[in-house]
Design a protein around this ligand. Structure first.
Ligand code: CA
Length: 231
């Protein structure tokens, strides 16, 4: 199982870059763009996040209030990501229960390293999610963003890659239409199953020997899709 990260960030561009990068690294990511959104997710979303990335300047308040609330009942690791860089403020946040503090702009590799440390402190390890796949001549390396078929590099569009990546991370398991639409296109697209049909047809045309009789990208009728497993 992937570890779940809740990303609380109102900057749309940063949110999408970070969430995409974290997914490629094998994390399951959910996003919140405001305090209210984050509170709702913390209250209702299951599974609960294993780690929270928390921006401070949010449209409906300060991330620190969420941290204080959370710390009354939870020790989920929280990494603050903020443009504010005064030492006094960092100390205050660490005292309030933040595990770490990264000043924007930060490098992705530093973020990933700090996340691993925070998770290790809670006894959680990050190597569980699958980022490589190899079966029937198809090899996918999500970290390197590389897809090969019989040793030949295959060019995918960004959306095709995201869709394939989502299936690779759950290789062998059925992924529902809704999950695929949510993770690849976003929450406002969960009813648009025609997108899935279209992109799945494109992927099959590129990756299957006989697209009409797929051996890799399998249909689970009425439910979703499954990437054939190793066995
Ligand atoms: Ca902000």
């Amino acid at each position: 199982m992937s570890l779940n990260v809740l990303l609380v960030e109102d900057d749309r561009e940063l949110r999408s870059t970070l969430s995409e990068t974290l997914r490629v690294e094998g994390y399951a990511v959910s996003c919140a763009a405001s305090l209210a959104d984050a509170q709702a997710q913390l209250q209702y979303a299951r599974p609960a996040p294993d780690l929270i990335l928390l921006d401070l300047g949010l449209p409906d308040g300060d991330g620190q209030s969420l941290l204080s609330q959370l710390r009354r009942h939870s020790n989920t690791p929280v990494l603050v990501i903020s443009a504010r860089e005064q030492d006094g403020e960092k100390i205050q946040l660490l005292d309030a229960g933040a595990d770490d503090y990264l000043v924007k702009p930060f490098s992705i590799s530093e973020l990933l390293a700090r996340m691993r440390v925070a998770l290790r402190h809670r006894g959680l390890h990050t190597q569980a999610a699958q980022t490589r796949y190899q079966h029937m001549g198809l090899s996918v390396d999500l970290s390197a963003h590389r897809v090969k078929l019989q040793g030949q590099e295959i060019k995918l569009t960004p959306t095709e890659f995201k869709l394939l990546a989502r299936l690779v991370r759950s290789a062998g398991q059925v992924v529902t239409h809704r999950s695929l639409l949510l993770d690849v296109w976003g929450p406002e697209f969960t009813e648009h199953t025609h997108y899935l049909r279209l992109y799945m047809a494109q992927l099959r045309a590129k990756l299957e020997a006989e697209p009409a009789d797929p051996q890799l990208l399998l249909t689970e009728p009425g439910v979703g899709y499954r990437l054939a497993d190793f066995s």
